[in-house]
Design a protein around this ligand. Sequence first.
Ligand code: MLT
Length: 400
Amino acid sequence: MPQLNENYLNIKQSYLFSEVARKTAAYQEANPDKPVIRLGIGDVTKPLASKVIDALHEGVDMLAHAETFKGYGPEQGYADTRASIADYYKRNGVDVDPDAIFISDGAKSDTGNITDIFGHDNTILIPDPVYPVYVDTNIMCGNYNIVYIDGNAENGFLPMPNFEQHADIIYLCSPNNPTGAAYNKEQLEIWVDYALKNDAVILFDSAYEAFISDPELPRSIYAIEGAKKCAIEFCSLSKTAGFTGTRCGYTVVPKELVFTASNGTEMSLNAMWNRRQSTKFNGTSYIVQHGAKVVFTEEGIAACSENIEYYKKNAKYIADTMTKLGINFYGGINSPYIWFECPNGMEAWECFDYLLENIQVVGTPGAGFGENGKNYFRLTAFGTYENTVEAMARFEKLFS
Ligand code: MLT
């Protein structure tokens, strides 16, 4: 009999969004005549921009001819796609070495896989509430030394470091999933200062950077001086370009990230991640990378922004409804998520059932993101405008 990875005994039996989908499907099966509006998982509804579709078609056509056919690609990603991403960073005022960029199938996989290059005795700082992948993937590989830092109404769900508390690894997500709150430059400077003082690594998830419209808010941790010495950044085309089903993301591991191993050897995180990827990953498909390359051109970003504006209009519609109903909420401005306090003192899963049964609107219970989410609820702006308006009309009926 194999010895099993019994760390799995210490995580919830099903992943948060699978649980939401399971409950929704059960309700829908029992109530086929009641139309359910899904504003739970942050999955996009708009088709890909036509420029991106053209590039994907072109990628397919290239595979049809011997002269342009591609087999295995570089595990780090094609050079022209990495250069296109570096150029996008540059237009946003940040210099990133294309050799530090690794193309993947999404930020979710990479934020989980990154545990491969760290040991198991680190003190890991994780905000609560947080995207559940960070905690689950650490538990799965036996990393139990997790210190939660509280995000709450008092700090606007933007927890700051306690300089008395040591950390080796720090997870940050801004704009935040689930709360929609975004760190400003001064706050991120404090985090970078803290990481440098602790010789720690920040794992910075910027999957929602494209939703930032306030020019004062950093879209990358590398907008902060010193961050290349202490931060890995994860980003995704899921929300930037609607690639939730197409799958593409990238991780930036600066060459400046060098630490000393217990035997005194200098180890580069860039080299380690490269080793990890070339061993366990065969690269994102050529077709997808060809589309991704176009996403990050000026025209590609402009085309994708039309969809982002559409979702931001939904976010504003939800936020305005919450304001009208006197429901306390966060996010919805530089983010596609609205994080609100469950009305009438309900707990998060109770609120989930209440909304599903009474108005057939599905959201994500805050409790799934951590203890501090137990009285909160998340709605996504990634639905269609029509569904968003209808969901909010149902909210108004229920809560006014
Ligand atoms: C979410 O709803 O939190 C995200 O869509 C999940 C993800 O990106 O994996």
